[in-house]
Design a protein around this ligand. Structure first.
Ligand code: F0G
Length: 457
């Protein structure tokens, strides 16, 4: 059969509130043209993030009913610990309320002021947690990652030559090295097994610990199965086990490939590091057998981490982004190619060539998509990453002007995607009349969450 169906059927539904274009115009104006300020009930298709927004299975919900809420030694913790040990092989599993809590704990133990941490591309919270410890987060993605239209099977790879140079010059100052799988900030692109292995070998030469930011490890493992020689006959579990075997530990947001609404963990081999992490955990997160989560959350994650490795799920998951990408490319809409695991990234610079960076083409596109179809995406461009030049006061634009449409797991059907595709294509047909945006108010940090805009000119 040619048609790939969603590998699940629907047992519970949540109504979507229909809105008219006229209503959405008013909602947008009231939200100061910032999609973060729109109420979720005013959104038809929400592609703001794939984080914590997916649908849980009947098996997860029933496991939640069996959640053990004991403060210490909960049965749900041991189930959670067992599946993580099975997948990663790491000796110590420390639950946290989400990924960034694992990052905070790891970096506050390992990273000292003035040090540097290399990664393919640090996710915002990873970078922020490193910088909070007065260290530098360095991105070493391969040059192919910078070219949206360039096709390459593993655009998430780290540039090994650059890492080699950095290690030769600065190895005493590098407390750990990281790889983000898949590389979210670089378009949800996978990292190859060869690249993971070689990164590990380079770091090992200098006895530098190696950690994975493993949020989307299952999607990455399935890309390896599809694209890397020698892996097509291996199970996704075996591939994941090999990935984790090269590293000393990982941070994880269970809100992505944990298939749950909340949760995360830090897993490590080093017993001393684990003991230090548990001490910090008790201080701010909770006792080591719950780490700020309810027993039912641990139970949902234990099942989610097993379900995410099902190959019919992963096949459908990666095909979803590919399907949307194909339809958009067919009418000439530029995206990051090839499509990654969890999202499609629209190239707003080529969508709106008449809107200059300082009028934020990505922000304009987010607003037009909402107006046209009630579809919410997120700007990843000069609003998020533009920097003020301290001398001139002018803004230095971001390297790319993108709009990310991230897909909640198991939540929307193909007709939802067809609807969103139609909204994007209709918006594209009307591209010449679109106007840019001006920032009329901004916060000193992470301005994209709260900035107020008005249409420019
Ligand atoms: N690392 C990566 C690669 C991520 O994508 C995220 C979250 C985190 C760490 C932090 O995890 O949210 O559980 O604390 N990414 C979400 C997103 C927020 O929309 O891409 P968290």
């Amino acid at each position: 059969m040619k048609t790939l169906i969603e590998p699940f059927k629907i047992k519970m539904v949540e109504a979507i509130r229909q809105t008219s274009v006229q209503e959405r115009r008013q909602i947008l104006e009231k939200a100061h043209y910032n999609a973060f300020k729109i109420k979720a009930e005013d959104i038809l298709i929400d592609f703001l993030t794939d984080s914590g927004t997916g649908a849980m299975s009947d098996r997860q919900w029933s496991a939640m009913m069996m959640g053990d809420e004991s403060y210490a030694g909960s049965r749900s913790f041991f189930k959670f610990e067992a599946i993580i040990k099975k997948i990663t092989g790491y000796a110590h599993v420390i639950p946290t309320h989400q990924g960034r809590a694992a990052e905070r704990i790891l970096f506050s133990i390992m990273v000292k002021p003035g040090q540097i941490v290399p990664n393919n591309t640090h996710f915002d919270t990873t970078r922020a947690n490193i910088e909070y410890n007065q260290a530098a987060a360095i991105d070493l993605a391969v040059p192919e990652a910078m070219h949206p239209a360039l096709i390459h099977p593993f655009k998430g790879n780290l540039d090994l030559e650059k890492l080699k140079d950095l290690l030769e010059q600065r190895h005493r100052n590098i407390p750990l090295g990281m790889l983000t799988i898949t590389n979210n900030s670089g378009g949800g692109q996978p990292v190859s097994m060869a690249n993971i292995r070689e990164t590990a070998q380079l770091l090992k030469k200098y006895e530098i610990p190696f950690f994975l930011d493993a949020c989307r490890f299952a999607e990455n493992a399935y890309f390896i199965k599809q694209r890397e020689k020698g892996y097509d006959q291996k199970s996704v579990l075996e591939i994941a086990q090999e990935i984790f075997s090269y590293a000393d530990g990982c941070t994880m947001s269970g809100k992505k490939d944990g298939m749950a609404n909340i949760g995360g963990f830090l897993a490590v081999n080093d017993g001393r590091l684990a003991a230090q992490a548990r001490n910090l955990l008790i201080l701010t997160e909770g006792f080591p057998s719950y780490g700020g989560l309810a027993g039912r959350d641990l139970a949902a994650l234990a099942v989610g981490l097993e379900e995410v490795l099902h190959e019919d799920y992963l096949k459908y998951r990666l095909r979803t982004a590919e399907y949307m990408g194909e339809q958009l490319l067919a009418v000439g809409i530029q995206i990051i190619q090839p499509t990654g695991g969890h999202a499609v990234y629209l190239d707003a610079k080529s969508f709106y060539p008449h809107i200059p960076s300082h009028h934020y083409p990505g922000q304009a596109l987010v607003c037009e998509l909402y107006k046209k179809g009630g579809v919410r995406g997120v700007e990843i461009g000069s609003v998020m990453f533009g920097k003020k030049n301290p001398e001139t006061g002018n803004e230095i634009p971001a390297a790319m002007e993108l709009v990310r449409l991230a897909f909640p797991r198991r939540t929307y059907t193909q007709s939802h995607f067809d609807y969103a595709i139609e909204a994007i294509i209709e918006t594209y047909h009307e591209r010449e009349s679109a106007k840019g945006m001006r920032i009329i108010w901004e916060a000193p940090f992470l301005r994209h969450f709260t900035a107020k805009f008005s249409p420019a000119g």
